[in-house]
Design a binder for this molecule. Sequence first.
Ligand SMILES: *Cc1c(COP(=O)(O)O)cnc(C)c1O
Length: 420
Amino acid sequence: MDHFTYQNGVLHAEQVSLADIADAVGTPVYVYSRATLTRHARVFRDALAAKLPRLHLAYAMKANPNLAVLKVLAAEGYGADIVSGGELERALAAGIPAADVVFSGVGKDARELRRAVEVGVGQFNLESEEEGIELAEIALLMGKRAVCALRVNPDVDAKTHAKISTGKSENKFGVPYDRAAGIYARLASLDGLEMRGLAVHIGSQITDLDPSRQAFLKMGDLMRSLRGQGLVVSHMDLGGGLGVPYKQGEQLPTPEDYAAMVAEVTADWDVTVMFEPGRVIAGNSGVMITRVIRVKEGVAAPFVVVDAAMNDLARPALYDSWHDFLAVEPSGERMVANIVGPICESSDTFAMHRDIDAVKAGDLAVFRTAGAYGATMANTYNSRPLVPEVMVDGDKWALVANRIDPAAILAAEQVPEWLV
Ligand SMILES: *Cc1c(COP(=O)(O)O)cnc(C)c1O
């Protein structure tokens, strides 16, 4: 459920008209609903808390790292799952305690590891034995012990888009399942590390719970065999990945279904269970408003050329993703059209032969479910501005990220004297 609804024929975020925001800020612009973010954070937390006595939630901030979004989720008691030094500084800036930060990612460099040890990051999810050895040396030099989990690649197919699948043996993530016990034992013997658990994350936009269940069962077996060797396993990080409906009416497993599956698998584990949800919290909490530049005649269907493009919302170009397209003030008429942006790439296409609200030049529309992996993936390709972001809370709204104009980007470039 979200708080984007039609009121008097105009699409609103909570009590604010999206037409008013578009008029004030210009388009394209992302709009987030605080009530929706809070609701999703609570639904996910409450479903798991009802079943799991020891629970740690770290919001996967790569889904949407906007500072205002982080503040809302920090207030709901979420820590942060980070994948870079930049995300670490953002999490700290949002007031998330370092102790509630989980540092994931396959390529943490020495500088990032040092900084994370220095601020006291709560858990490092190690992606290799090599990384563990390097971190142990860094921590020892600083007179500290880094608390760690070992990320394991369970070789399970998450049955999602290939580019967001992370748990197959050919994916770069984690250590191979068969070698995990040996690596865990060797890392546990290092003075600079405190190995306390295992981590797994098999992919994103997961719409079938069975692959996750298979992966978690395998992790349980591994946990038991480590304990059998006298090793400590007090924390099990089951990652993120739960999918969200991108099409109106789509039925997906709910957080309650997910919690029931996890509770069944982990019933006798006796651990703190950790999660790293991203999309399920942020996805349906945001839309991107765009304005139709013109409608161009096509051969099979007209092209609705909008002022948002693949640089603003990359998911359709990257993953062939579907985003519902709705007019902000629908007339009730329908049309079948291709929706495209202005960028000089054929991949700058949001939809083909889509049955949509009829729109014409100057009309406003939104792409729904744009709150996760939206603005954060934006770039300035074709010398376009960096898209701004707005947060709505009841009848209030504010810009939470400015539009960055091409002039500012140009001003950051220089031509050396010797070149000309
Ligand atoms: C991306 C990622 C997540 C979050 O995935 P969602 O599908 O957004 O829930 C969690 N953990 C890790 C390690 C990730 O890379």
